[in-house]
Design a protein around this ligand. Structure first.
Ligand code: SF4
Length: 234
């Protein structure tokens, strides 16, 4: 077995280890398809679990994440945030803010530095996640720290709970309603470029081969750049 195969095997073994689930929604999925979030809370078996490349990308993200966390007091990291419906872990918590670390490919990182880049739109899911932790912990703001995997450049953005409170409450209300009524949410590709790209549904969703979503998936008309996603994933 060569080194790549050893790494792949180790990541696969780790992935297959039994995990204890909270049975709650995870704020890290906010902004994604409501149906995905609902099934994820139910812990439904995935039709498309992460492949080896995805597992390596997750691991690479974890390595950078741990590296950045190593610069702060251990008592402030991986702080549990929960209520009756939500459970997640904040990367770093300070007196007045929650910080979430996101490692990104260097191309994406430098694209983010362009003047035309709209972080509120492009990183909505990440913003909702960090501000949900801030809200649960009674902090007024959240900070997203993006790290370029290629050269360790860092970009930081601060967001305020008050400004996003309505959006957070809307997300949670929809999720809570479906859970309480045991009602499957409508399908909708929301993250990764929304319905325009369809990427969440066509490429990233671990439930994308479930029959309930087949009709919706077939109805997605991705813009040219996203068309290849459909062929890759089918
Ligand atoms: S396949 Fe699409 S519609 Fe179905 S849960 Fe996943 S993202 Fe939602």
């Amino acid at each position: 077995m060569n080194l790549q195969e050893k790494i792949n095997k180790s990541l696969r073994d780790k992935q297959n280890e039994p995990r204890t689930r909270s049975g709650l929604y995870n704020p890290s999925s906010f902004g994604r398809c409501f149906r995905y979030q609902y099934w994820n809370r139910l812990d439904l078996p995935q039709t498309n679990p992460p492949d080896e490349r995805a597992l390596r990308i997750f691991k690479s993200g974890k390595i950078f994440h741990d590296f950045v966390q190593s610069f702060v007091d251990k008592a402030t990291i991986e702080v549990k945030c929960e209520n009756d419906d939500l459970c997640g872990y904040a990367d770093i918590v300070t007196d007045d803010e929650v910080i979430d670390i996101k490692s990104v490919h260097s191309n994406s990182f430098h694209y983010m530095r362009k003047e035309t880049y709209d972080v509120n739109k492009e990183k909505e899911s990440n913003i909702l996640q960090v501000l949900t932790y801030a809200w649960l912990l009674g902090k007024p703001k959240g900070r997203l720290v993006f790290v370029s995997r290629d050269d360790l450049c860092i970009a930081e953005y601060v967001f305020y709970v008050d400004k996003w409170r309505d959006r957070l409450q809307d997300e949670l209300e929809v999720l809570k309603w479906h859970w309480e009524h045991k009602s499957l949410p409508n399908p909708k590709s929301r993250a990764y470029g929304g319905e325009k790209s369809g990427a969440e549904c066509l490429k990233y969703c671990p439930y994308r081969e479930r029959g309930e979503c087949a009709e919706y998936r077939a109805s997605i008309k991705p813009e040219p750049r996203a068309k290849k996603l459909r062929s890759k994933s089918s």
